[in-house]
Design a binder for this molecule. Structure first.
Ligand code: UDP
Length: 407
């Protein structure tokens, strides 16, 4: 894995110097991250790189994953959907399954790091184990909880308020809470296999290996097969645009250990696409980073037609590769795309179809959008900025209530 020094060419010497300066004040501090899956989805993607770099900076960073059975993941998926959308409900028994699984996890998790950093609702109730003591607890919420189902939010809120602080990805996600709220957007790692430069030969080799034809421009969405990513809407938009363009749609997805709905959604996608030879559906293992990198690079247009979104790392990944992105104006996506400057924001299937046509017909305009998008990601959404924000957050925990911290 690349060391911090390797980022110098991408982000500049000053950024690295700043990280090292901040980290000196945190040397030896233990930070335990806990989430609900080691692979699949954006949180695992980030922790994979964040944890080694925090260690390199002198902190004692570790990462653990809560374990649960099928009923637990079914319950937390319903919670996830209900926290995103007030029209979705949990089942009455979900609360008990959730509490029981959290209790079982106490036996195997050591929650005594100086900073316990809990990601998302699945492990949120671990905070029950918090002693009155001197360690700090942070809840990092990666999803948009601005319009949750009231009952599900009422269940989580008392847990959330036992943390020292919570972190949201975008201002619009925040809630009325009695604890401090911090805004930190996620990031991508420009040197990971998912995002590093690939030359044309590598890209072609991957596409050949996966059997993806490149005789027509590719319009691609990379996402878990999840209803909130609206893969069926993507197919509809493509089919509306198709009479006017000569292109292929590629839906690339995979599953995450904590998402039990994937297989069902994939089956629905396959059924809707079955009569269209220009739609390719690819289900990849969650470790297919170079493959996704190559697919994004080989695509002419990238879609992210989510109905709800946390931050939407796939958007940052595509923009970083200089690709024109058409994405829904939901969640953290408008932080990444300024409409018609660094990408295209859409609000409907019709809108997505219209812009697929436009971008495929005007490659020069599409190229400019991608170029602006890449610069926006460089300045705001690379891993080094994210690391700096976390270091500042850790420092602030030792200075509660202070607006200024003198180092
Ligand atoms: N991803 C992947 N394989 C897939 C689908 C997605 O590796 O089949 C990656 C994708 O490249 C991105 C992350 O998983 O890095 C998804 O993060 P995002 O924030 O877009 O969505 P989430 O899955 O967290 O809702």
């Amino acid at each position: 894995m690349p060391k911090l020094e390797a980022y110098r060419d991408v982000v500049g010497a000053q950024t690295l110097e700043e990280l090292r300066t901040l980290a000196r004040y945190l040397e030896g501090k233990s930070v335990l991250h806990v989430n609900s899956t080691a692979v699949g989805g954006g949180v695992a993607e980030i922790l994979n790189r964040m944890v080694p770099l925090l260690c390199e900076l002198g902190l004692v960073a570790t990462w653990d994953v809560i374990k649960g059975g099928e009923a637990f993941y079914a319950a937390t998926k319903r919670f996830h959907n209900a926290l995103h959308d007030d029209a979705q409900e949990a089942m009455p028994e979900d609360y008990q399954v959730y509490e029981e699984t959290i209790e079982q996890n106490f036996a195997r998790l050591r929650l005594d790091a100086q900073i316990v950093f809990i990601h998302d609702p699945q492990p949120a109730a671990l905070v029950k184990k918090r002693r009155d003591s001197n360690n700090h607890w942070i809840w990092r919420c990666h999803i948009d909880v601005s319009r949750p189902h009231p009952q599900v939010w009422d269940f989580f809120k008392p847990y959330v308020e036992r943390y020292d602080a919570c972190v949201f990805s975008a201002p619009a996600f925040a809630r009325q809470l009695s604890i401090p709220q911090v805004l930190i957007s996620p990031s991508i790692d420009p040197l990971s296999d998912k995002n590093r430069e690939l030359d044309r030969t590598e890209v072609t080799a991957v596409l050949d290996r996966l059997g993806i034809p490149t005789d027509k421009p590719l319009v691609t969405q990379v996402s878990r097969f999840d209803r909130l990513k609206d893969p069926l809407g993507v197919i509809e938009a493509f089919q509306m645009a198709k009479p006017y363009v000569n292109a292929r749609l590629l839906l690339v997805g995979g599953s995450a250990d904590d998402d039990p709905e994937g297989a069902q959604v994939l089956a629905e996608v396959r059924e809707l696409a079955q009569d269209d030879p220009d739609i390719l559906i690819l289900s990849l293992p969650p470790t297919s980073h170079v493959e996704i990198n190559a697919i994004q690079r080989a695509s002419s247009v990238i879609l992210q037609k989510s109905l709800r979104e946390g931050f939407g790392l796939t958007v940052a990944e595509a923009l970083w590769k200089g690709k024109p992105v058409i994405a829904s104006a939901v969640g953290g996506i408008p932080l990444q795309i300024t409409h018609q400057h660094s990408g295209i924001l859409v609000h409907s299937i019709d809108g997505a179809a219209y812009w697929i046509r436009q971008l495929l017909r005007d490659p020069e305009y599409a190229r400019r959008l991608g170029e602006n998008g890449r610069e926006h990601i460089r300045q705001n959404f690379l891993l080094t900025r994210h690391l700096r924000d976390y270091l500042l957050l850790f420092l602030s925990l030792d200075h509660p209530g202070e607006d200024w911290i003198h180092l």
